[in-house]
Design a binder for this molecule. Structure first.
Ligand code: 13P
Ligand code: SF4
Length: 330
């Protein structure tokens, strides 16, 4: 059976009310600060988090930067403001540390639509292939992989494999296609996609470009090929932010989750940023999973040291080598 036919369509998470209530008189940000010291905790946040969380964090970054930070932290507690696969990667690298998330339901459409049992069955067709998995996968998928990559190092990771290696790439088909174009390598692609980036269409981008002729279109490689073909620059969240900060241009159409604009505007005040609107008619794109995290939930996570992220030992041990291979590439 092809994975397209078998992968269930996952419902998007709806707004889940906070399970615990927070006294409204508490200064949540001051309490987070107090607890982070008391617990010897480090707060890691992805660029798709709300600006308030980004500003509170000890480190804000893309998936690669966050895993590099997780690999070298000497904190006892890692409070991960991102999605589940990111916190899981931190746990794989730090089995003896406590890893908490503000909301354990913060998943990822790419990771959720690549179930390990189906993936393992699908891989049986490619026994002589090396498996390259995007970091946006569960620990169980990582355990089935040769090496992990992120959007910022995928071209380098695939380029590092022997030139005669046959390669399976999972789970993002758009990132996979973009990597094939940039490496000249042929790869078998799992047909996954991100529900946020798939909503950007070339039609909308053309309209925006026509209305804003001075603006550069910059896009994350999870966007579909027709959008990437039009883009002036393609990069990971860090790559997109650095491009805006260092560019001679001063207007940008940004085709990724709108959280990145927080750093763009903070680091280059006055720059004109247009969030690429999804085809749905909304004015900006937000990741429904990332947005489950709030400062109140971060406070509760640090206070109660839950919810914790755990990975079964057998999976964790098998997932470590592919993650380490990626980190060793620098
Ligand atoms: P980055 O690694 O570029 O931060 O991307 C993570 C992600 O989930 C993109 O949707
Ligand atoms: Fe996953 Fe897409 Fe959200 Fe990134 S934006 S975490 S790929 S659902």
């Amino acid at each position: 059976m092809s994975p397209e036919a078998a992968v269930p369509s996952m419902p998007l998470p709806t707004a889940i009310p906070d399970r615990k209530t927070v006294d409204p008189h508490i200064d949540v940000e001051a309490e987070i600060d107090r607890l982070r010291k008391e617990r010897n905790a480090v707060i890691l946040a992805h660029y798709y988090q709300d600006g308030v969380i980004q500003d509170l964090a000890d480190y804000v970054g893309d998936s690669l930067g966050l895993s590099q930070q997780a690999a070298k932290t000497d904190a006892d507690v890692i409070a991960f403001c991102g999605v589940h696969f990111m916190a899981e990667t931190a746990k794989i690298l730090n089995p003896n540390k406590t890893v908490v998330m503000p909301d354990l339901d913060a998943g990822c459409s790419l990771a959720d639509r690549c179930p390990p049992d189906l993936f393992a069955k699908w891989l049986e067709q490619y026994p002589d292939h090396l498996v390259v998995s995007y970091i946006n996968t569960s620990a169980a998928i990582k355990a089935l992989s040769h090496i992990i990559c992120t959007s910022s190092n995928a071209v380098r990771v695939v380029g590092s494999l022997p030139s005669d290696a046959k390669i399976v790439f999972a789970p993002d088909r758009h990132l996979g296609r973009w990597v094939m174009k940039n490496t000249g390598r042929d790869m078998v692609l799992w047909p996954g996609f991100c529900v946020v980036h798939e909503q950007f269409t070339a039609r909308k981008m053309l309209q925006l470009k026509a209305a804003n002729p001075r603006a550069q279109l910059i896009a994350h490689p999870e966007c579909e090929q027709a959008v990437l073909d039009m883009a002036d620059f393609i990069g990971s969240t860090t790559g997109l932010i650095e491009h805006v900060v260092n560019s001679e241009h001063d207007e940008f159409i940004v085709a990724t989750e709108m959280g990145v604009t927080h750093q763009m505007m903070a680091r280059r005040p006055g720059v004109k940023i247009l969030c690429a609107p999804p085809e749905s008619g909304c004015q900006c794109a937000t990741c429904p999973y990332m947005r489950l995290n709030t400062t109140e939930k971060l406070y509760l996570a640090l206070r109660d040291l839950e919810p914790q992220v755990d990975v079964p030992a057998d999976i964790r041990e098998r997932a470590l080598l592919p993650v380490q291979r990626m980190l060793d590439l620098g």
